[in-house]
Design a protein around this ligand. Structure first.
Ligand SMILES: [Zn+2]
Length: 408
């Protein structure tokens, strides 16, 4: 049973054409482009007789159950939103691969032991309200509608109000949440968004763990003064302290195998060339696939900042802005995908994901697994994001074959 490459290509070309911006694709959740793409995909799902449910925050759950089975569903899918001026493949690839798998199963009239559901998670990228994976967090009951009142978009409108203004009805009592009772597992296919597969010339990644993450905000305060009249020994320069912290944080991670640490955002006040800074605010992003090590690294990072601040007599405040735990994916599902990949002689490797995905939000509730496809040059969240279409076809076929192995 072979997926229809031509049909998939047509889906990709149509969807990227209606969300094309001067450069790349812009398809924020709850936008008009998002609506058009949803209409297109929903029409495709209705054609094969899938039952479509949409929840309060806009997650789509399309159930394909030709045998009328009473069993719990097996889930496939991903997200369709992009970052502003993003690429063609992040998220959409997993959704279209899943749609194509359902269409192929339908055409071939395959009987299924369990229903299959295609999930399309809303607001994965966090482009509207600065918080990622709102859809999957909602489905996993990791956030509720009350939390959406606390978040707001760039115009100051709360997520709670904005989502409703875009036509979604909040009926939490009718919403479905992912549970071990209603779902038996999930496979998400996604582009890697990193360079390992491309560098190693491997077509498929089978993911064992998804990195957890801590985001801290560090505020360093000193004494602002005249750059010409203040001798070096009398200074309390927070920018000098912050600089030392950033260098030491990057050194700290050398003792860890898989952890990464990034300072990618910094603000200096007053930010003038002839004034010693009064205040520096920067963020620390810490990730690892081993929970205990990530926790230890975060503690050490805070210690390093504290020590430098006290040596330099600077005031320091460290706030945790967000965190997600390491997700260990399901052994049995991983083995199943590997078996299928071996049988079809695919060039694959087992690997970890440094990026957090919707699947990580579900991994503590149901068994989950992920299939990665190479990102050319490792580029993502960029108009230059690219994946060879033949790799997409290979990955989509592996998704279909794995699903059949599970539910067929
Ligand atoms: Zn994505």
């Amino acid at each position: 049973m072979i997926i229809n490459k031509k049909r998939m290509k047509k889906d990709f070309d149509y969807i990227t054409s209606i969300s094309a911006t001067e450069t790349g694709c812009t398809r924020l959740s709850y936008s008009d482009e998002d609506r058009q793409v949803r209409d297109y995909i929903e029409a495709g799902l209705e054609e094969i007789g899938a039952e479509i449910l949409i929840d309060s925050v806009g997650n789509i759950r399309a159930k394909y159950n030709p045998m009328g089975s009473k069993e719990s569903s097996f889930l496939i899918g991903s997200h369709i939103d992009t970052v502003p001026y993003g690429g063609r493949y992040d998220g959409l690839t997993g959704v279209l691969a899943s749609l194509e798998a359902l269409r192929t199963i339908h055409e071939n009239e395959i009987s299924l032991r369990h229903p299959l559901e295609l999930l399309i998670f809303a607001e994965e990228e966090g482009s509207n309200f600065g918080v990622t994976m709102i859809g999957s967090k909602y489905m996993a009951k990791k956030i509720g509608l009350e939390d959406l009142k606390e978040l707001s978009n760039k115009d100051g409108v709360s997520a709670y109000d904005y989502i409703q203004s875009r036509g979604y009805n909040f009926k939490p009592e009718e919403d479905y949440y992912i549970s071990a009772q209603n779902a038996r597992g999930m496979i998400e296919l996604h582009v890697e968004q990193g360079q390992i597969l491309d560098e190693e010339a491997i077509d498929i990644g089978i993911i064992e763990a998804i990195a957890g993450m801590y985001t801290y905000q560090v505020i360093v305060e000193g004494s602002s003064n005249h750059a010409g009249t203040t001798p070096m020994i009398y200074r309390r320069d927070p920018l000098l302290g912050a600089s030392e912290m950033i260098v030491r944080l990057n050194k700290l991670v050398e003792g860890y195998e898989s952890a990464v640490i990034t300072v990618g955002k910094i603000e200096v006040s007053p930010n003038a060339s002839n004034v010693i800074a009064s205040k520096v605010v920067f963020n620390i992003d810490i990730r690892d696939v081993v929970q205990e090590k990530m926790v230890r690294l975060a503690e050490e990072a805070k210690e390093v900042c504290n020590q430098i601040a006290s040596d330099k007599k600077l005031d320091l405040d460290i706030k945790l802005l967000g965190s997600s735990e390491v997700a260990i994916l399901d052994r049995e599902l991983i083995d199943l995908i590997e078996r299928v990949a071996k049988k079809t002689k695919l060039n694959y490797m087992r690997m970890n994901s440094g990026a957090v995905h919707d699947n990580a939000m579900l991994a503590d509730i149901i068994p989950t697994a992920m299939i990665f496809l190479p990102s050319i040059g490792g580029i993502s969240h960029s108009p230059y994001e690219d994946t060879d279409f033949d790799d997409i076809v290979t990955g989509s076929q592996l998704l279909l074959d794995s699903v059949i192995e599970y539910v067929g």
